[in-house]
Design a protein around this ligand. Structure first.
Ligand code: BGC
Length: 249
């Protein structure tokens, strides 16, 4: 079984057909820069282009970098605020002429990691965190997702945590690995104090360079492992949601 996964990020919109038995991409992914401003109309047009580039007419699952309840967007920290209240599932469905399931990007990435990646078979409480334009979170209890957690927005030193711990913050402030990882450690310590997960999976594009920073993390009891699907996790999780393998709300 196959489905098309489309991952909508603050920086890029990327998609590929996915083999749902293996979690492998069936074609090279198509990536288009996120339009600015990232309005519903502009993003929908890019989502349509991505689907069209594969001549896709089957099931589609799209991820969104905000809270998604029943296909409707409830928050938009890193995309245009006019998304809030938009029924993204209906809007994408109309543009693509097929059913589209929409879910939070970190939730999608987490489901993919729990099924095909670093979290396979792990029981208890598992927290997946994605470090990218923002910081996304996906919490699992015995493999079951608690959807729409927003642990990237807890406050640290008077600031939204993702403004200090995201990959974007590292780039914006020109922090080296050591300076950035100190902030990530402080963030993980706070998250651990609130949730005590047994395992923390660290993902997002920066997980490709995990060897440069994961060994520098300090003060956390939980086991910390890098994601194994890296930047493809959102695409894979989106496709899984389209096929009903991941709950979208
Ligand atoms: C959003 C989350 C999202 C994360 C990663 C945060 O700013 O609030 O919903 O999962 O960024 O994109």
């Amino acid at each position: 079984m196959q489905a098309l996964g489309i991952d909508i990020g603050g920086t890029g919109i990327k998609g590929a057909p996915v083999d749902l038995a293996t979690g492998k991409l069936l074609a090279e992914r198509k990536k288009i820069a996120t339009p600015h401003p990232a309005t519903p109309e502009a993003v929908t047009e890019v989502v349509r282009e991505v689907a069209q580039s594969f001549g896709w007419t089957g099931a589609v699952g799209a991820t969104f970098p905000g809270v998604v309840a029943n296909g409707t967007i409830r928050s938009a920290a890193n995309v245009d605020r006019s998304w809030i209240g938009t029924d993204a599932a209906a809007q994408f469905g109309k543009a693509l002429g097929t059913d589209v399931v929409v879910l939070n990007d970190a939730d999608a990435a987490g489901v993919a990691e729990m099924t095909f990646g670093a979290g396979v078979g792990v029981k208890g409480s598992v927290l997946m965190l994605t470090f990218g334009t923002g910081v996304g979170s996906a919490l699992f209890a015995d493999g079951v997702l608690v959807p729409n957690t927003e642990f990237g927005h807890i406050e640290i030193r008077g600031k939204d945590a993702e403004k200090r711990a995201s990959e974007n913050a590292k780039v914006t402030h020109d922090w080296g690995w050591k300076d950035w990882t100190e902030r990530v450690s402080e963030y993980l310590q706070r998250v651990e104090a609130l949730l005590s997960p047994g395992l923390i999976i660290v993902g997002g594009g920066i997980s490709k360079e995990a060897d440069k920073w994961v060994p520098l993390l300090t003060g956390v009891q939980a086991k910390i492992v890098p994601a194994t699907l890296h930047n493809d996790a959102g695409i894979v999780g989106g496709a899984m949601a389209a096929a009903g393998h991941a709950k979208a709300e």
